[in-house]
Design a protein around this ligand. Structure first.
Ligand code: GLA
Length: 388
């Protein structure tokens, strides 16, 4: 793939000078959903599929962007002081946003870049395709602009800012952190309140992780995600009248029960309850994984789905059908919707002997009940973003 990226790069931008190639993977979030904007925990792993990016320095201050996924769009050409968000720049806003964020942080970006991207992850699946573009771009800036003191954690934070502040799309730290820091055969436990993290072996000797694409587009994703953020912020402010907390995830479920009456709307009580209980489930799930108790891990995934559906209200009929059909099968350890919601994917842990049955039965029943066709991906874990 490295060679192919270099060949394509030289076809588009011409030969001369060293072309560097990078890879940033997609991610699967095992548990810890809608906690990352509430100072909570997430437990996620990196995939083997992702985005490739090739880059070469330019002596002037222009940045040129091209994607093999959108050949019809050609090359987007912008000067270093013309990197503001523009709707017509479409996907190019992602890498532009990362460069802009580095500049805003005061890093000396001296010169320009030619950039070529190729993403293997279908857009809109909710498995981190935009974070993989951002993190790859961040690594390129660090290496090619000689910013040696920039860490991978910085790159994750800047990538999150590029989504949250530049694109204003409600994207948080879950995706970029996992994409930047992931490790093969492991999952990362990240505490989003202080960005401390640790790895736990993804100990699934007889099980497979399956991502199922519902084929349902995530309608109104940005508006709905921003609405959830506002609801959680407001619930936090209401609770802060009686309890000194910096974020919702500082509460245990027990304490939440005692103070929840401070929240003046039943909708916000449900949102906050999801966040608090999901954070607790995530910590319990990691402990269960460490003990090798995969059954308990699965039960917590199932409870996560119900909470996302009933309290956070970010599921949809298609995701519910996929999860319900999965729960019917003996070989399913756990199954839940994954990511922001409203469409996109589910994640399931399935006994390895039951994988074919899972694909066949969930697939058939899903089509019967919704008229749609599901796609199944048996996941392999891989390492986080890197130079090839
Ligand atoms: C979206 C955001 C993430 C996270 C998830 C929900 O995917 O980009 O940061 O908030 O929703 O867990």
């Amino acid at each position: 793939m490295k060679q192919r990226m270099i060949e394509k790069f030289e076809e588009i931008y011409g030969k001369g000078g060293e072309v560097s190639v990078y890879f940033a993977p997609g991610r699967a979030n095992l548990i810890g959903e809608h906690t990352d904007y509430n100072g909570g925990h997430i437990f996620a792993c990196t995939l083997t599929v992702g985005t490739y990016a090739a880059a070469r320095r330019r002596p002037d201050n222009r940045f040129r962007f091209c994607s093999l996924n959108y050949p019809e769009s050609g090359v987007l050409d912008r000067a270093g002081d013309e990197l503001d968000y523009r709707e017509e720049d479409d996907w190019g806003n992602y890498p532009k946003g990362v460069i802009r964020t580095f500049i805003a942080k005061g890093y000396p970006i001296d010169g320009g870049l030619d950039l070529l991207y190729y993403g293997e992850i279908p857009k809109g699946l909710g498995i981190g395709s935009s974070a993989s573009i951002n993190v790859a771009t961040g690594l390129i800036l660090r290496d090619l602009m000689g910013l040696e003191n920039v860490t991978k954690v910085d790159i994750a934070l800047f990538s999150a800012l590029a989504e949250g502040e530049y694109m204003k799309n409600g994207g948080g730290i879950l995706d970029p952190f996992t994409v930047a820091m992931g490790k093969k055969d492991h999952a990362i436990l990240l505490d989003t309140s202080d960005f401390s993290y640790s790895y736990a072996p993804l100990d699934l000797p007889h099980e497979k992780v399956i991502i199922t694409n519902s084929g349902k587009a995530r309608e109104g994703l940005v508006e709905r995600t921003l609405e959830r953020r506002r609801e959680c912020d407001q619930a936090l402010r209401e609770l802060q009248r009686v309890i000194a907390i910096n974020n919702l995830c500082e509460l245990t479920a027990e304490v939440f029960e005692q103070v929840q009456e401070m929240i003046k709307s039943p909708v916000r009580v449900r949102r906050a309850r999801h966040v608090v209980t999901e954070n607790q489930r995530t910590r319990q799930a990691v402990e269960a994984m460490k003990r090798g108790d995969i059954r308990e891990f699965g039960q917590l995934m199932n409870a996560s789905h119900l909470s996302l559906k009933e309290d956070h209200e970010v599921s949809c009929e298609e995701l519910d059908v996929l999860v319900e059909e999965a729960w019917e099968l003996e070989g399913v350890i756990g199954s839940r919707m994954m990511g922001a919601g409203y469409g996109g994917c589910t994640i399931s842990i399935v006994d390895e002997d039951s994988v074919s049955e899972f694909i066949e039965k969930v697939g058939t029943n899903y089509t019967r009940r919704t008229g749609r066709r599901a796609e199944f991906y048996v996941v392999e874990t891989g390492d986080g973003a890197m130079r090839l």
